[in-house]
Write a protein that binds this ligand. Structure first.
Ligand SMILES: *Cc1c(COP(=O)(O)O)cnc(C)c1O
Length: 449
């Protein structure tokens, strides 16, 4: 009975997969507020040429630079586990597999893209990177990449997380980054928000505005985004490319592939290589899992919207809850972004990817059951995928069908223990985002010609 399916270092993928090559129609382009597609020059103020090229590429395979592969080898290929003990606890005939991205130095899948992003920026002569971070996972991953590649990193961290997650802050500083609670008074965007709402807890959208504004204003500085954009989706496909080979080692193929969806990158990372099989005629269900309190794919609209809160970024065609959406304070499980990756959104809109939302208590119950059976304490973000997998496994127990389920353990929860404490103390509640509030936020969508 094998528990872990392992690849050797030489099995690390040599190319990223670009799902655009297999889409039923070309992706809608990013737009300016004037309703015209943005020029690549506009992106050049904050991104290096190689990443812009990947952003608009339709090539199926993009080569991974050797130096990047060398750094990814610090923790890749990651293991694929068979969750025997979770299956037993659920008394299910389903076979449950998970890809374990928690083994990276930062504890999540995010360094799969922070490393190449830092590498391409360095190659373009950039000296500093700015970014935003919510829970702190992305800030840590970029800090790690900056340290390994010799770039300075400045992180705008959403204020409420800055206060609630001191150890994420320490980790970023250990890897040499500067960290500020956003909104700050260092940018116009930050000052504007603080003048209007002095007590704001901050939001990802606001922090993005600050990081983009700084990068756009300095020639030696670029901006790095941890999810949402096409090049980030490509970089994460090492997860699914490895997982496909590992499922072969296991002599199995998934009926369902499940992953949590915030900005969409860990979902894309695991699911897109299986989408290639689906596009070639193979039967496989791909399921993106989100929180009921930030229901972007299940309750948002598919429309052009800004990526940030104040409208500095180009407009992206994506599922969105409105760029000024701020998630409720009670929500402890991450995945708080108002939008979702255009590539994931397009596939959901086309009916090729399914989306489902899980309430907060079920998410944490799933995380605790996983910790008590498989041993690893999952990140609350990952627990959304675990909860949806458990739902599917319980259906199998009812119907007697021995389905094969594969999910992405996108990270561990060692820095999220205060959220577990609140759950174990009975302080968390379910929170369905009110339809009224969503309608209000959606009424502020930009009007484009
Ligand atoms: C950031 C993060 C996510 C969500 O972001 P995506 O862009 O949707 O992948 C999920 N899990 C973990 C552990 C994360 O750090």
């Amino acid at each position: 009975m094998t528990t872990r399916f392992l690849l050797g270092e030489s099995d690390l993928p040599s190319h990223w997969y670009n799902v655009v090559a297999d889409l039923p129609s070309p992706p809608p382009p990013p737009m300016g507020p004037d309703g015209k597609p943005v020029t690549l020059d506009a992106l050049a103020a904050i991104f290096p040429p190689a990443l812009i090229e990947q952003e608009v590429s339709a090539e199926r395979w993009i080569p991974i630079p050797e130096e990047v592969r060398g750094i990814l080898r610090l923790w890749r290929p990651t293991p694929l586990h068979r969750a025997h003990r979770l299956e037993q606890a659920l008394k299910t005939p389903a076979k449950i597999y998970y890809k374990n991205e928690s083994v990276s130095p930062a504890g999540s899948h995010k360094p799969n893209t922070s490393i190449p992003q830092a590498w391409y920026n360095k190659a373009a002569g950039i000296r500093r990177l700015t970014t935003e971070t919510g829970a702190g996972q992305w800030g840590c991953s970029l800090a790690l990449a900056g340290q390994l590649l010799g770039l300075e990193v400045r992180v705008y961290m959403v204020k409420v997380s800055y206060e609630q997650k001191p150890y994420r802050r320490s980790l970023m500083k250990t890897w040499g980054a500067e960290v500020y609670a956003s909104p700050t008074r260092m940018t116009n965007a930050g000052r504007q928000i603080l003048d209007a709402h002095p007590d704001t807890p901050g939001s990802l959208g606001i922090a993005i505005s600050e990081a983009v504004e700084e990068a756009a204003g300095r020639a030696d500085t670029n901006y790095a985004l941890g999810s949402v954009l096409n090049h980030v989706m490509h970089h994460q496909t090492v997860i699914g490319l490895e997982a496909r080979r590992q499922m072969e080692l296991a002599g199995d193929y998934p009926d369902m592939v499940l992953a949590s969806c915030g900005g969409g990158s860990n979902f894309a990372g695991l699911a897109f290589p299986f989408f290639a099989d689906k596009a070639a005629g193979r039967r496989v269900r791909l399921v993106a899992v989100e929180p009921s309190s930030c229901p972007t794919l299940t309750k948002g609209v598919y429309a052009y919207d800004y990526g940030d809160a104040t409208g500095l970024t180009p407009l992206l065609k994506m599922h969105t809850l409105g760029h000024d959406f701020v998630p409720p304070g009670i929500h402890a499980g991450g995945l708080r972004y108002h939008g979702a990756a255009p590539l994931v959104s397009q596939l959901v809109h086309a009916g090729l990817v399914e989306a489902t939302a899980i309430p907060q208590l079920e998410t944490f119950e799933a995380g605790v059951l996983f910790a008590r059976t498989e041993g690893i304490v999952p990140a609350p973000e990952s627990s959304h995928a675990i909860a949806a997998t458990i739902r599917a496994a319980r259906e199998c127990a009812q119907s007697g069908e021995p389905k094969t389920l594969l999910f992405n353990l996108s990270g561990h929860g060692h820095f999220d223990m205060s959220a577990y404490d609140r759950f174990l103390a009975g302080e968390l509640q379910n929170y369905e985002y009110p339809t009224e509030a969503i309608r209000e936020a959606l009424s502020h969508l930009p009007k484009i010609a």
